[in-house]
Ligand binder design. Sequence first.
Ligand code: ATP
Length: 302
Amino acid sequence: MEAPVFIEAKSLVKNYKRIQAVKDLSFTVFKGDIFGFLGPNGAGKSTTIRMILSLIRQDEGDINIFGLPLRKNRNRILTGIGALVEEPRLYEYMSAYGNLEMLGRLSGKSISRNRIMEVLSLTGLDERWNSPVKSFSHGMKQRLGIAQAIIHDPELLILDEPANGLDPKGMKDMREIIVRLNREFGKTIFISSHILKDIELMANRMLIIDHGAKVVEGNVQELLNAAESDLKITVSEPDRAVAVLKDKLGLTDLIIDHEGNIVLKANREHVPEINKLLVDNGLKIFSLTPVNSLEKYFLDKT
Ligand code: ATP
């Protein structure tokens, strides 16, 4: 049985004066998804997220969340959503604990000490719970932003490039928190990024947009496997290697690039066969790197 639909966007259009930022965009997020929302800078990700959060209104199209039309059920829907868009709003002179306590006070709901400590522990900030936020690194502030977004225990989390500006360790920490929120706490997560690898490492489904329009939507692994790859091979005796590949596998579409690497078109599943053939023919392989067409697309774009 298919999981319930949490977000259904139907033919969204958003125009700014001269720019059509979002063009006829439809997609579906299911309960339990980590849904990666990918696109190069300026693709229309933030605009789409703002429409989902009802911060701006679409010019055309509809959004249903938790099975309800957003237009008519804004408040009811938004209480079930936690969001981090752009930089989190933080009181720099207050502690991490104080910031979360203040958020509870402002929303008129008292949040227990236990809940605050639980959320700080989940985001890896428990040891620094009492330190002023102004002493925090960028990564810690982003994690406190996640803590703010989940404090009221929402079912759906919407995160707009939470890993932006983080170093590789910070990005890894962020991914681990997101995966844990999904696996252990059952949260559905809609997360945007302009880095395919980042999404590949955590999301089960993804949507890629470019110039406001959908490029592709589907299961992450299926899309990556189906996408054609260029395979780059660094090998001893490239000329002989090319002859072997042509002769034994009947490959025609292959070249030797200016660095002496062989570049050919191949799907991921053919990589082991190519590897074995070259080794069996006494060739030394120094590296063999599939460059997925989706990866290539993002490398070219960013
Ligand atoms: P980034 O990763 O750089 O934030 P994005 O994918 O989130 O990019 P958007 O911020 O949604 O993209 O922008 C989509 C397009 O709409 C861009 O061309 C942008 O310049 C334009 N745009 C966004 N907000 C406005 C606005 N308030 N007024 C006019 N144009 C806007």
